[in-house]
Design a protein around this ligand. Structure first.
Ligand code: C2E
Ligand code: MG
Ligand code: MG
Ligand code: MG
Length: 284
């Protein structure tokens, strides 16, 4: 379609846009059925205490075994799930599945680790997330003490007072809460002292530039001292090199997560990791 001759012509239709539109529609339809067809799977990435070399927690990260496209990562379908509201049932499945898997690990005796689950803002906005989480814990006979929920700064900016009361309710049930991708959002720091959060996860965009970019080091150091001064725990994300691990360790950030230690693993890989009794503490 083209605008009238003589006027500035512009395309409102193009094969590329057309293809994109149908790809998305198709993805939306298969996404809708994916839960029913049990095509989602959780991989788990360890968080490691650099001083003891021990795994402290496993973060559940969703993947989609797409019938044609193979294993898809969350950036390919979580935004669509959020736009369509499908994140509510998918997110509910994630919480339940992570609890189910965690219970199995506990029964095998891997008992002093925790489990972390990522939540989308919609899961706070459009449902009673406390009930959803408590029901999953009950179903699998788990104490909330073992569960950590990862939220992002964008959740907090929406309705601070409401979020604070939800966080307090989670806390009353022993559930831990961390702020994921900390520093990457553009929120005010002042809310931090009002929020009952347990940990900050230093965004990997800062960690990746250590030690190349002095600004990344300054910001990372500032986040570490902020957390220490507020009495909040820390995790560094995206740790890939010895130099990054040493830098973080020397500044007092002892819990780390990243490819240096392990990529996210399917359950079979996690079992190998636990059984191997691997120690991760060789950094100076
Ligand atoms: P996130 O929660 O910040 O998770 C960290 C991401 O960084 C993961 O990507 C992980 O595989 C990746 N990563 C870990 N270590 C390294 C490293 O050393 N280097 C690099 N370059 N990357 C590393 P993934 O699994 O693709 O997940 C991306 C995002 O998708 C997550 O970021 C989270 O925001 C979202 N997500 C994943 N699972 C879920 C879920 O079940 N529900 C919701 N709502 N969001 C999820
Ligand atoms: Mg996370
Ligand atoms: Mg993150
Ligand atoms: Mg992220």
């Amino acid at each position: 379609y083209r605008a009238k001759e003589g006027q500035k012509s512009y395309q409102v239709y193009s094969p590329a846009v057309h293809t994109q539109f149908f790809k998305r529609l198709q993805l939306e339809q298969t996404l809708y059925k994916a839960l029913e067809k049990r095509e989602f799977v959780l991989h788990y990435q360890p968080q490691v205490n650099i001083n003891t070399g021990k795994i402290t927690s496993m973060e559940a990260l969703i993947r989609w075994n797409h019938p044609e496209q193979g294993l898809l990562y969350p950036n390919k379908f979580i935004p669509l799930a959020e736009e369509t509201g499908l994140i509510i049932p998918i997110g509910g499945w994630v919480i339940d599945e992570a609890c189910r898997q965690y219970k199995l690990w506990q029964q095998k005796g891997y008992s002093d680790i925790k489990i972390s689950v990522n939540l989308s803002p919609n899961q706070f906005r459009n449902q009673d997330i406390v009930t959803v989480v408590k029901q999953a814990l009950d179903r699998h006979n788990l104490n909330g003490h073992w569960l950590e929920l990862e939220i992002t700064e964008s959740i907090i900016m929406q309705n601070v007072d409401n979020i604070i009361s939800i966080l307090h309710e989670l806390k009353r049930n022993g559930i831990k809460v961390s702020i994921d991708d900390f520093g990457a959002g553009y929120s005010s720091l002042s809310y931090l002292k009002r929020l009952p959060v347990d940990r900050l996860k230093i965004d990997q965009s800062f960690v990746v530039d250590i030690p190349v970019d002095p600004n990344a080091e300054v910001i990372t150091t500032a986040i570490i001292s902020l957390a220490h001064n507020l009495g909040i725990g820390l995790v560094a994300e995206g740790v890939e090199t010895d130099a990054q691990a040493s830098f973080l360790k020397n500044r007092g950030c002892e819990i780390m997560q990243g490819y240096l230690f392990s990529r996210p693993l399917p359950v079979s890989g996690c079992d190998k990791l636990f059984n191997g009794g691997k120690s991760f503490g060789q950094f100076q």
